[in-house]
Ligand binder design. Structure first.
Ligand SMILES: C[S@@+](CC[C@H](N)C(=O)[O-])C[C@H]1O[C@@H](n2cnc3c(N)ncnc32)[C@H](O)[C@@H]1O
Length: 462
């Protein structure tokens, strides 16, 4: 059900996206009204959270059923703290086709009454609350003047990033995301030299209720969007192989790859941003994975000009890897929920050249007969199908491969790809089933459709 306004974008970005979703090839296949209706649904579903939470289970450490049982027990304990014993029920379902996925329904939107006491949080924090998080202190922008720990407050998300930090009220564009209990006085948030950390508002009546995974079985249950889990399976790593993850932080997919290899072989994880590298180490340690080697490195320069170089770390000689994952930096327009994006069209369009540079390095580093997977969490043609068309033309050694599992839709029309090529691509398009019927379907059926916007292409190097 829609309760939030459509995602707010700069008009130039809306016009651009509309021209993408109503491109000539699309309009030759479906009528204008239908294409426009899909585009409007996209803008609406992007501002709403998916109707379930996806957990990747560490099946390299324990069987799925055991993890499912333990998770159920932990979440029951969590619920007992806020509800009476009769009300406690936790539904955790396995995914019918993906052996390491557990799905938990989200209850929402719920009829929660907004209060007069308002805590304003940043848009990113507001989106996290809609996916089950509490409010952490750094996310708080404004609070009532005399707010004390223990006060019951409403939490609202600042849609356009206009709320001044430390304000006592805010009249700009905002949306209500639920009620909670302040864990900290206002003075400890804004009037200290040492910035406070930890939970600032514990959500007790969120608009969308889903379990908080903060500290719950951290080594066995890893929160990850369903399409991101699909990427690991599509890459298909095998024990003993050497794999490169070119854009790895925070390491969700790196760890999945190592887990699928039963921690046998080597997974090289690169990321350009130094302070994100620690997260890859932490995640690998938490999941007991030792086959991961992490380096802070610009992957566009990861190919060594000296083919005889035998160094352990980057740059690497050409053809050093059995499989390469290029989970590319992208405009991120598929993320849900996302109520506003303040980026200019120039920013949105800035990723295509960088992705191509990374692609060049990926193809060189892959051995003949190896597999390359390219993925993004965005919805544009320029970063997805157009990149595939460009890659097939630029690298005659590459051919598109079928994906397993293929639970999303096929590629989108508009980049000149043939119907056979489009069928080999996997595009997660939540707008295609954004209606009452789609969200009312039983969970395992709707899980594959009610996802973030995402794209996956799999290539073989001949
Ligand atoms: C989509 S995120 C990766 C998410 C990650 N694969 C996961 O599943 O947890 C893209 C990452 O690319 C990194 N990045 C951007 N440009 C890069 C470059 N030239 N070389 C290496 N990493 C880069 C960013 O720092 C960011 O962490």
């Amino acid at each position: 059900m829609s309760i939030f306004p459509r995602i707010s974008l700069k008009p130039e970005v809306t016009d651009y996206l509309k021209s993408v979703f109503l491109n000539k090839e699309v309009l030759a296949a479906v009528d204008h009204q239908e294409a426009n209706c899909r585009f409007q649904k996209l803008l609406t579903c992007l501002s709403h959270p998916p109707s379930y939470t996806c957990v990747r289970a560490s099946t390299h450490l324990a069987p799925l059923e055991e993890i499912r049982h333990k998770l159920g027990e932990e979440l029951k304990k969590q619920q007992m703290c806020t509800s009476s014993a009769e009300e406690v029920s936790v539904q955790i379902l396995p995914h019918p086709r993906i052996p390491d996925v557990l799905l938990l329904p989200v209850d929402g939107p719920r009829p929660v009454k907004q209060l007069s006491s308002e805590v304003m949080v940043g848009a990113q924090c507001g989106s996290a609350v809609l996916r089950g998080a509490h409010v952490f202190v750094p996310g708080i922008l404004a609070s009532p003047k005399y707010m004390k720990a223990g006060d019951v407050v409403s939490v609202l998300s600042d849609l356009e990033g206009r709320c001044t930090r430390g304000a006592t009220s805010f009249q700009g564009k905002k949306v209500f995301v639920g009620n909670g209990v302040a864990q900290i006085d206002r003075s400890s948030i804004f009037c200290t030299d040492e910035p406070a950390k930890g939970i600032g508002v514990r959500m007790v009546e969120p608009l969308y209720q889903s379990p908080s995974f903060d500290g719950v079985l951290p080594n066995l249950a890893f929160l990850q969007n369903l399409p991101s889990v699909v990427v690991g399976h599509v890459l298909g790593p095998r024990p003993g192989e050497r794999i490169l993850d070119m854009c790895a932080a925070p390491g969700g997919k790196t760890c999945h790859i190592a887990a699928l290899m039963r921690d046998q072989g080597e997974v090289v994880a690169l990321d350009r941003i130094r302070n994100k590298i620690d997260r890859i180490h932490q995640n690998a340690q938490m999941l007991h994975l030792r086959s991961i080697k992490v380096y802070c490195f610009n992957s566009t320069q990861a190919v060594s000009s000296d083919p005889a170089q035998e160094a352990e770390g980057p740059p690497f000689p050409p053809e050093s890897f059995d499989r390469v994952l290029l989970d590319a930096p992208c405009s991120g327009l598929g993320q849900r929920p996302s109520m506003s994006c303040t980026w200019s069209l120039k920013e949105i369009c800035s990723y295509q050249p960088l992705q191509r540079k990374l692609f060049h390095a990926a193809v060189q580093l892959l051995r003949k007969g190896g597999v390359l997977v390219y993925s993004t969490c965005t919805v544009t043609l320029a970063e997805n199908e157009e990149q595939v068309a460009w890659a097939l033309q630029t690298f005659p050694c590459l051919t598109l491969q079928p994906q397993e599992p293929h639970i999303g839709a096929e590629g989108m029309l508009g980049a000149g790809l043939s119907p056979e090529q489009l069928r080999l691509l996997q595009r997660f398009s939540p707008e295609l089933s954004w209606d009452q019927a789609g969200t009312a379907a039983p969970l395992p059926c709707r899980a594959d459709r009610d996802t973030i916007g995402f794209f996956i292409a799999k290539f073989l190097k001949n």
